[in-house]
Design a protein around this ligand. Structure first.
Ligand SMILES: [Mg+2]
Length: 317
């Protein structure tokens, strides 16, 4: 199937109904930005053999690709608007693969309220490489940033932490199989609705892609602050809790493993009830796990004992 038939058959339906896409008939999309808004733009590439194995269900690859981008929009507090897709496709990628890939995108587009605005595909001799550029909207100057944390802020995370790192260990057969943990790795849940509600409430926000310690490091670095975490407060899923009770060395994977795509944010103490109300209304758990400090390091405590992982991935500025 040639490129144009591929676009007409599988990709144009993903753009249908979204005016700015011009149904993928032109050289570029024409996007309106509602008055008083700013465009938030982010891009992520995944490469076969680096970010995914290649044998996964194509619809799962599609969803993860879109979701990691949506998670970056969530971290900025943006509302999903449109995305562009670029694929470098080796010969073995056939029509059936593309069909399943497009189906995955279609399902997640409906779930997260975003549409395809344009893209490009090219044949290649290299590995399968996929890129999405996601665009979001936000009222002017309301974007959540990493650099707004203040000493005394509470530190929160959404959902549970470490599932994805443990899930990857399961997939690599270094831990027993666990469907829940594996799915958390394969199919993250971008916290788009939470990000939108945190506008004007959170002082700083990031999505956890590199690991809790490292991403907290990014907030501390840009905010010129430090942090103290209370390890027993870190929310764990029941399967993760079970594993940690047997093997406490797994705390390392939980604190430093990546790919959770939960939001990590800070808010002043007087916003605690606002955070709780948002969490309740959205039915997305948020948990206070520590405080922003003026100290010299990020410190993790457990019952008064310092348990900071040796490799935090963070150096004080
Ligand atoms: Mg990010």
């Amino acid at each position: 199937m040639d490129e144009f038939t591929l676009i007409r058959t599988y990709f144009a339906p993903l753009a249908a109904g979204f005016r700015g896409s011009l149904n993928l008939t032109d050289d570029a999309a024409v996007l309106d930005i509602p008055a008083g808004n700013q465009l938030i733009a982010t891009t992520d590439t995944i490469v076969e053999g680096v970010h995914f194995i290649g044998s996964e269900d194509p619809s799962m690859i599609a969803k993860k690709l879109l979701r990691v981008n949506l998670s970056d929009l969530a971290a900025m507090g943006a509302t999903p608007y449109a995305y562009l897709l670029a694929g470098t496709l080796p010969k073995k990628v056939n029509v059936n693969w593309v069909k399943k890939f497009a189906k995955g995108l279609s399902e997640d587009q409906k779930l997260f309220g975003i549409a395809l605005a344009g893209g490009d595909t090219t044949a290649s001799f290299g590995p399968l490489t996929l890129t999405i550029t996601a665009l979001g909207l936000i009222p002017k100057c309301k974007a959540l940033r990493r650099n707004g944390a203040k000493a005394g802020d509470d530190i929160y995370v959404s959902g549970t932490i470490g599932d994805s790192a443990l899930g990857l260990l399961c997939l690599k057969k270094k831990l027993p199989r666990d469907r829940y943990l594996q799915l958390r790795y394969l199919l993250p849940q971008p916290r788009v609705a939470l990000g939108e509600k945190l506008r004007g409430v959170a002082n700083a926000c990031i999505d956890i892609s590199d690991g809790l310690m490292q991403d907290l490091g990014h907030i501390c670095h840009t905010s010129k602050t430090c942090a103290r975490l209370d390890r027993p407060m870190i929310p764990l899923s029941p399967p993760a809790r079970k594993l940690i009770e047997k093997k406490s060395a797994l705390w390392n994977a939980i604190l430093s493993g990546g790919d959770d795509y939960e939001l990590l944010f800070t808010a002043p103490k007087d916003k605690a009830s606002a955070v709780a109300a948002i969490s309740r209304n959205l039915k997305i758990p948020t948990t206070r796990i520590g405080s922003i400090t003026t100290g010299k390091n990020i410190v993790v405590e457990d019952g008064g004992k310092i348990v900071t992982p040796a490799k935090t991935g963070y150096k004080h500025f």
